[in-house]
Design a protein around this ligand. Structure first.
Ligand code: SF4
Ligand code: SF4
Ligand code: SF4
Length: 265
């Protein structure tokens, strides 16, 4: 491995300007989506095949009864023990020399196993190309010695990239400064993630952030049953519906509504 890197996201410094979200679209040439106003500045409502990072907006009443506005930059966590890499039958998803997880789209057969294996619900399926997509932590920029586009765009210093040890030290320093319920999130799960948060509140407070992310054991069983790759492709429709239910629960009707109509980012 060349040098293990971590992208540090200090949510206590994020103002939700969404510069990172726009920079990601611009650098990766990802088109906009039509969405609709669902009563939040969050737009689009969720990660999509063409939205690899998203600022989530959340209202929260703290223990003292104060209303707070919480923001969270969502996206791939670049796990060390990466469920997506483990189950991918064609090695389309792979670990890079920086410890991050990149994607070779040419190798993706659209079996969707990575979607079911991801404890953070990150990979998205492009219905047009029949392939998945996700953040690659700007692999080409890292190889050129450049910071990811989102990090470069952040005006508040909420995003940083650097050597693993230095970033973890910075994260813990910041948590000590913040005090209260602030914590470091990422290093303790899936053998350590290469995206690490400084959370200003307890992890349980943040919507759609798993308190204890784990690769679903069911997917590992199915992976072995459905080998080889040809069988995977054929079995995807039936297995996909079943696995989505057992890994993510029943479909939320709001999620369905959020796929439709409205303004552009
Ligand atoms: S967050 Fe999900 S998609 Fe990203 S590396 Fe981990 S398992 Fe893979
Ligand atoms: S690292 Fe690159 S691909 Fe990932 S969210 Fe940031 S800009 Fe997008
Ligand atoms: S660019 Fe920085 S401050 Fe703006 S939304 Fe992204 S992380 Fe937050």
């Amino acid at each position: 491995m060349k040098q293990e890197l971590i992208k540090l996201i200090d949510l206590s410094r994020c103002t939700a300007c969404r510069g990172c979200q726009v920079a990601c679209k611009q650098w990766n040439e990802l088109p906009a989506s039509e969405t609709h106003n669902f009563g939040s500045y969050q737009n689009p409502p969720d990660l999509e095949w063409n939205t690899w990072t998203l600022i989530r907006f959340q209202e929260y009443v703290d223990a003292q009864g104060r209303l707070q506005w919480l923001f969270r930059k969502d996206g791939c966590m670049h796990c060390t023990d990466a469920g997506c890499v483990k189950v991918c039958p064609t090695q389309a998803l792979f670990h890079t020399e920086f410890g991050t997880v990149a994607l070779n789209t040419d190798k993706c057969i659209g079996c969707k196993l990575c979607i079911f294996a991801c404890p953070f619900n990150v990979p998205r399926f492009d219905e047009e190309t029949k392939k998945i997509s996700k953040c690659d932590l700007c692999q080409s920029r890292l190889q050129a010695g450049q910071p990811p586009a989102c990090v470069l765009s952040c005006p508040t210093g909420a995003l940083q990239i650097g050597a693993k040890d230095a970033m973890l030290a910075a994260a813990h320093r910041r948590v000590r400064e913040l005090g209260g319920d602030a914590s470091v999130y990422g290093e303790q799960f899936v053998e350590g993630t290469h995206v690490v948060y400084v959370l200003p509140e307890k992890a349980e407070v943040f919507e759609k952030l798993p308190a204890k992310p784990e690769i679903p054991t069911s997917i590992m069983v199915w992976k072995d049953i459905l080998k080889p790759a040809g069988l995977l492709a054929a079995g995807t429709v039936v297995a996909g519906a079943f696995l989505h239910y057992i890994t993510h629960g029943p479909k939320n009707p709001e999620e369905e509504i959020n796929q439709e109509g409205g303004t552009q980012i």
